[in-house]
Design a protein. Sequence first.
Length: 292
Amino acid sequence: MPARWSRRGTIKAMVSSHIPRRVVCLQPSATVILAALGCVDRIVACTKYCVEVCPEVCGDRAIVADSWAAHSEQIKRARADLVIASVPYQEKAVVEILKSGARFLGLAPRSLADIYGDIAAIAGIMGSAGQGEALIAGMQSTIAELRNQTSQWPRPRVFCEEWGKPLIASQPWVAELVAAAGGEFVGMPAQQTTPQAVLEAAPDVVIAAWCGAGDRVPLEKILSQRGWHEMPAVRQGRVYCIRDEFLNTPAPTLLYGLQALAAAIHPQRFPQPPGLKRIPNITGPFPEEARQ
């Protein structure tokens, strides 16, 4: 056997020996990405939120605290060789993760570019770089296709919120998805705002996707409490809830959020997909632009 082939085989074996086999996921985004890469069998522990978002991990896997409240002993018991966590963190939780002795990949995405980078990083660590490239390309293609489709349409003003008290606008990657879906994002992404400031911005569409709330945001209640009944979005019957994980999990599940955003922003052009709910007791015609 030529020496170069022997060396290649040795290098390949060395690389393979360092690929993680026992992964603990402390946020649903990591679990979803691993599942999309075909690596779900390497997840040995995850959070209860991971199970809700990614049913593929149901079974014998240990349930551990998330990256906000991580505990080193739980990670040690899982015999993890890699821990993947993502924002939000507490300082003491990061300390606990480091105390576990496992390799630690900490993510803090803000934009779609950051999310693609995180997918590439996880794929590379898991020895699945090719699958990662394909996954990223598929997401980019889907988003670009919708962006091109909506580029010449009227652009309703859209307010998206990820939390209600205090009132916080959705993340920058959601603003990018709103733009791709044919809307204009109102306010500053990821920043705290006030009900009065949103009312003065006069959005045409309001979307609530509260972290941890699934699709159970009390739309009627918040409209009443905030005094938003004269807002254009409310008068036109365009107040929606989108499932939490479709917009707040920085992973391939964002494509479901993109579909929901498109249907909320241009309801006469796109069918209503699962995960999108419209406030039930508001009726009224859609604006003329939506029927064009």
